[in-house]
Design a protein around this ligand. Structure first.
Ligand SMILES: *Cc1c(COP(=O)(O)O)cnc(C)c1O
Length: 445
């Protein structure tokens, strides 16, 4: 479930304190660790949860799922070994299996409809392709996503996957999806579902790799506290880190890193959250101004006072601005923030390659660049690597003057057959297409 019925976001009843479990958990492999963490937030039978986790991470190309590598004076948590080579696979592989499990129990069917400007679409498609009871429709702006991202989506030929290239912009795609969800009769009739980043199950799956990564850095260094740098758009990834820290994982600082779209880093440095126009950058998956998960963080900073949170969010929706000075919430010193522009990103990619022969994708480079401002002698820095560099090879070529970022699977995409429906930017046309191809089963709800 995405939004709650009153329009708010869902959060767990309480944040469990697991500090006393850490010595035992530190010895667990990735999927066992995922099991002990997720079962604290879930009422699935143990066996079912274990199977869901095993199936979700069997598609990853690295035996450790999210390995940690030491690169120069920092550690890098590689989150890009899933099917689409971006960190969103960690959550969406799990979410797809969870939906399927739930639908098998209820006997229902689900039609997922979403709009994408890049990474989310392919990760969502790979999360549900080939699953019975689920059909997915992903809208992207025709000719306006990167060639690799387009191919990652349109080369999936499973019968339950429908790519729609809309003759228009990303905003047109989002507008159409919104129209479809606002048509309540259509929504109910087809049981439309979303896979957006406010789904709590996505956050849950992401909490796991904070534990895994921080444990590995503690193993290598003996440190008692680890700083973690997170490139951020929707505040989803960094919010998972926040929950991990509140659970008792020794994350001593979360370094929040934004690109030129810096609403979040401005907030953490000034206490003012104020909207600005979105600009496009070389880290497109972070070109976001309103961070949908931020509301969850604010709730905790309001000391779980829903009325106060509602007042703040109402103020923001009216004026595009809200204020929350430091010194009021439970963990004010945990998150530090900064932003890195295109020149910083290019310099960081070059520097990391020249010194360490390690390629950073532009999103990861935003995090690494900002992390340099928050290094400490006693606490090692773990930087989250959110995409494989070959996904953004053109930017790497611009930064290095050499075409170095490749992956055989991405190269091979160029020759694969593709399937995609081109439609005009018109809600009625898309509604008709979705209606004609949707799975229809009673949902039982
Ligand atoms: C989505 C994405 C991000 C931003 O993640 P959020 O959870 O929205 O903060 C960063 N890097 C890459 C490569 C992404 O795809």
């Amino acid at each position: 479930m995405g939004l709650a019925d009153d329009g708010g976001l869902l959060i767990p009843k309480c944040i469990p304190d697991v500090a006393s479990e850490l010595p035992r958990w530190r010895r667990l492999g990735y999927t066992d660790l995922a099991f002990v963490i997720m079962r604290l937030f879930s009422d699935l039978p143990d066996q079912a949860l274990r199977e869901l986790i095993a199936r979700s991470y069997s598609t990853f190309r690295a035996p450790e799922i999210t390995p940690v590598v030491q690169v120069g004076d920092r550690y890098v948590l590689e989150l890009f070994h899933g099917p689409t080579m971006a960190f969103k696979d960690v959550a969406l592989q799990f979410l797809g299996n969870l939906f399927e499990y739930d639908l098998q129990l209820s006997g229902g069917g689900l039609n997922i409809v979403g709009a994408t400007s890049g990474d989310t679409g392919s990760a969502a498609i790979y999360g549900v392709c080939g699953k019975s009871r689920i059909t997915i429709f992903i809208l992207h702006p025709h000719g306006k996503v990167s060639p690799i991202q387009e191919r990652q989506m349109t080369s999936v030929l499973d019968a339950n996957v429908f790519n729609i290239a809309v003759d228009g912009t990303f905003d047109d795609c989002q507008g159409i999806v919104k129209d479809l969800f606002n048509d309540l009769q259509f929504k109910r009739e087809l049981s439309l579902g979303a896979v957006n980043s406010i789904n709590w199950a996505r956050i849950l799956a992401q909490i796991v790799y904070y534990f895994y990564g921080v444990f590995r850095v503690m193993d290598s260094t003996g440190a008692l506290g680890v700083r973690v740098a997170v490139p951020t758009g929707n505040f989803g990834d960094v919010f998972a880190g926040y929950i991990a820290a509140r659970m008792g994982l020794p994350v001593s600082k979360l370094v929040l890193a934004t690109n030129e779209n810096d609403i979040l880093s401005r907030f953490f440095n000034s206490g003012v959250y104020s909207k600005a126009p979105v600009v496009s950058t070389v880290s497109p998956s972070m070109d976001i101004q309103i961070a949908s998960n931020f509301e969850r963080y604010l709730y905790y900073q309001c000391n779980c006072d829903s009325k106060r949170l509602r007042a703040l969010m109402t103020e923001f929706s009216i004026s595009g601005r809200l204020e929350m000075p430091k010194g009021q919430g439970p963990s004010d010193d945990l998150i530090v923030a900064g932003s890195a522009g295109t020149a910083d990103v290019f310099a960081t990619i070059r520097d990391y390659y020249q010194r360490n022969r390690y390629l950073l994708d532009p999103h990861t480079a935003v995090g690494v660049s900002v992390s340099s401002r928050f290094m400490s002698k006693t606490e090692p820095m773990l930087c989250l690597a959110t995409a494989h560099p070959a996904k953004f090879g053109e930017t790497i070529t611009k930064a290095l003057g050499q075409d170095l970022a490749h992956h055989p699977i991405l190269d091979e995409l160029r020759t694969r057959p593709t399937r995609c429906k081109i439609l005009s930017a018109n809600t009625a046309a898309v509604r008709e297409y979705v209606s004609a191809h949707a799975v229809r089963r009673p949902t039982g709800v």
